[in-house]
Design a protein around this ligand. Structure first.
Ligand SMILES: Cc1cc2nc3c(=O)[nH]c(=O)nc-3n(C[C@H](O)[C@H](O)[C@H](O)COP(=O)(O)OP(=O)(O)OC[C@H]3O[C@@H](n4cnc5c(N)ncnc54)[C@H](O)[C@@H]3O)c2cc1C
Length: 482
């Protein structure tokens, strides 16, 4: 190693750029090689664009679902017979232009931050050279779009190349009517009849968003219910809301093929049924970006799925090569990618490091209502992974929810039976992503239900339900002890 440690990061998403900022702060010489622009898929095609689209959908749902109850009159001179059923409509072209503008601006801000911190950004595709030099250094070859190549020498490499949408051979996107989630922002007109294939987080978020924007939506789910793998009570609330708002949710229906048919699309299910729509959005998972990068030749062990095997401080099996984010398959969240990237740099550069702890991860599904979770899950408790008590309170009993016309949702908390230490929670509510924070603080700091119950909450507020759930868990603990 020379006087200054040289770090080369391949892939500038949250895993890569957060690592670059940490490495620069710790005095390393950092180069980030990225194919598409800093911020990665997270900023350019995934999180940021989808949440910007959902911001419009959220305002529309809130207004549409509550204006009558709240006594709002829509001033409209259109004769009643000519009025559409919805009182608000959307200019999707305008929404999508805003989405792309925000994404590019954020990518630009991230590049500036990395450069300001002293890092260098190289636009191109990175590949790892097979051999390690006697001094332990390695080489990364960055190939630009024009074919020119630059060789970068690194004391350590971080691979954070993310993932791309999985494709089904008989349902390939054409970018016009059959789309993956990176292609929807080119649409100028709202799809009349959208078929969403896949009812995981991405499928559910888009299905809910386009329904709120005004499309008729069919959600094709191969499983018994939407959001398999998430909290079952939360998934049941969401499915109920989806159906009540008119979504056609098709359970136990696997899409085998999707084709263009005239002006629209035809989706053939594996049992032979055919459904028609104007557009189809494929949301059937992701494939890690780890092929043709020289990883295995350099000694990096991949799983059968193509994900890079890492330990809890982001080391791969090859000395001097770390990996972070979606390419590792640990947990596909921007926050987890960023944490893995930072941990890699703290570890390599000799700073204090705590290994990755997935038991405290906080996540949110941006549907309406939102579903936020932290810590141990209901499945962990039911499966005997941890002994914990649960209390669930419906939001419909909360005074603020009543005032705001909120009917759907709940707060659920899990605590250890003896100590009352909070180990997890679920919030299903508008802006659950904000409401989960006190439970997340409790999980991270091993606070007890008594401590949460004793803290003041504003009256009236949705967070009052969090204190109330904690109070009920605390009371039950006392009753069990006496
Ligand atoms: C629709 C959607 C919505 C999502 N919403 C959220 C959300 O709200 N919250 C959340 O926490 N997570 C969300 N996620 C997940 C989140 O986007 C990912 O977990 C996150 O992007 C992972 O970050 P990363 O750094 O691993 O990779 P990415 O963000 O994928 O970035 C990887 C970068 O590496 C580049 N690259 C790839 N190969 C090479 C190469 N050989 N050389 C150079 N560069 C290369 C890519 O071009 C890209 O720029 C969402 C995912 C999807 C699909």
């Amino acid at each position: 190693m020379g006087l200054v440690t040289r770090i080369v990061i391949i892939g500038g998403g949250p895993g890569g750029y957060e690592a670059a900022l940490v490495a620069a702060q710790l005095g390393a010489e950092v180069t980030v090689v990225d194919r598409d622009g800093l911020g990665g898929a997270s900023v350019l095609t995934d999180c940021v664009p989808s949440k910007t689209l959902i911001a419009t959908a959220e305002v529309m749902t809130t207004f549409d679902s509550s204006y009558e109850e709240l006594g709002i009159i829509v001033e409209d001179d259109t004769p009643p017979l000519e009025r559409s059923a919805r009182v608000v409509g959307v200019d999707l072209g305008k929404v999508n232009r805003r989405v792309k503008r925000l994404a590019l601006a954020q990518s630009h801000d991230i590049s500036s931050a990395v450069i300001r911190a002293g890092g260098r950004v190289v636009r191109g595709r990175g590949r790892v050279a097979p051999n390690q030099a006697p001094d332990g250094s390695r080489q990364v070859i960055a190939r630009a779009a024009d074919g020119s190549e630059e060789t970068l020498v690194a004391d350590a490499i971080l691979v954070s190349t993310g993932a791309h949408p999985r494709e089904i051979p008989d349902a390939l996107p054409d970018g016009e009517r059959i789309l993956n989630w990176t292609q929807v922002y080119d649409m100028e007109e709202l799809p009349e009849e959208l078929i969403v294939v896949g009812s995981g987080v991405t499928g559910a978020e888009f299905a809910g968003a386009y329904q709120a924007l005004g499309s008729r939506v069919t959600l094709v789910s191969s499983r018994d219910r939407v959001l398999p793998g998430e909290d079952p009570d939360a998934a049941a609330v969401l499915e109920d809301v989806f159906r009540r708002r008119g979504m056609n949710v098709m359970a136990r229906s696997r899409a085998a093929a999707v084709e263009r048919a005239g002006d629209g699309v035809e989706v053939t299910l594996s049992d032979g049924r055919v459904i028609n729509g104007s557009h189809c959005l494929m949301a059937v998972g992701s494939i890690p970006n780890t092929a043709d990068m020289g990883l295995e030749e350099a000694g990096v062990v991949l799983r059968e799925s193509g994900h890079i095997k890492t330990d809890r401080v982001s080391r791969t099996s090859a000395p001097g090569i770390y990996a972070a984010g979606d390419c590792t398959g640990v947990l596909a969240l921007a926050s987890v990618a960023a944490m893995q990237g930072r941990i890699a740099m703290y570890h390599y550069l000799g700073d204090t490091v705590s290994p990755l702890d997935l038991r405290t991860v906080c996540a949110n599904i941006f549907t309406d209502p939102e579903i936020a979770t932290v810590g141990y899950s209901q499945a962990d408790i039911d499966g005997g992974k941890i002994d914990a008590r649960a209390v669930k309170l419906p939001l419909a009993r909360n005074p603020r929810a009543k005032m705001q016309g909120i009917r759907d949702g709940f707060v659920k908390m899990f605590c250890r039976p003896g100590t009352g230490i909070v180990v997890g929670g679920v919030v299903v509510a508008p802006r659950a992503s904000e409401l989960i924070h006190p439970i997340s603080l409790a999980v991270d700091n091993r606070l007890t239900v008594e401590q949460i119950a004793n803290a003041f909450t504003v009256y009236p507020s949705l967070s009052g339900s969090i204190a109330e759930v904690a109070r009920q868990l605390h009371t039950r603990k006392i009753q069990n002890e006496s």
